[in-house]
Design a binder for this molecule. Sequence first.
Ligand code: PMV
Length: 312
Amino acid sequence: MVCCSAPGKVILFGEHAVVYGKPAIALSVNKRISSIMSWGDKKTTINHMELDEEKQPFLVRAIEKTNIKKPLSVTTESDLPSGAGMGSSAALTVSLLGSLHALKEEDTENETIAEEAFDVEYDVQGSASPIDTSTSVHGRAIFISDREEKNLLWSISKGDKLWNIHHMDLPDMKLVIGHTGIHAPTGPLVKMVGEFYNANNFAKEVIDEIGMVVLKGKKALNNGDLEEVGRLMNKNHKLLRILGVSHPRLESLVRATRKHSYGSKLTGAGGGGAMISLTDKPEKVADIIEKRGGEPYTFKPSKHGMRLEEKG
Ligand code: PMV
């Protein structure tokens, strides 16, 4: 039996624009998904149910990637709320791939898992960047850029896009996530932005501007200037709103939390989903989110990315 666990993530800057090769910054969260696996009997099962491609597209594609033909018995455990904007599908994909390779007794590099996990997400979502999957593999925080810089971990490409994934050190900071309670799948939102992007230059300018905000955000983070980080988060949110991926419930949480935060913005694909606040008063902000009907989660960045665990 093998077990691989992987953390969830939040995006601090650059969602959507990163799909077009623009820079972005994401950090892992100290909540994880584990995939426990052994060789199965006659048919592959997941959580004691027969594998169903419709319900488990990530597992089906992860098995294809590793070329495993024998039945498997898979159990998943999670303390990562699903559909709360914390990258549960990426964490699931990464932990499944880690376990599948371990079961084949293959010593697989993080870079390989990151590439395979990106392919799986891309196939399932229809379009994606490697931000969620690479954050889950590496842990801590990552900076994505089309240029190679210091602390390069690996590079991933698709078509004419190239994403260089770098390790990033973050200053000490407190973040609170607020989930709207509205489940908004990523694929259709990425597609909607894609249509806007292909239809006119204005959307391209907004995406370019998000890229510039991310680079300023990186500088502010390196300087430990949380006030500037917060201002840039607010600006990033405004640009995402222009792209049409906000939602009245997100607007309500973002506005209400700003009174007690350096900055607040939607995080992830939007359309519902979640927002994030950078604050010195996490309890106060969590309280505001709850009073406005959202679900707050406080978290710390995870020190560990994907890892094999001792089990049983
Ligand atoms: O919805 P999430 O949290 O998985 O974030 C998706 C981030 C996007 O930039 C919208 C899509 C992507 O694959 O980069």
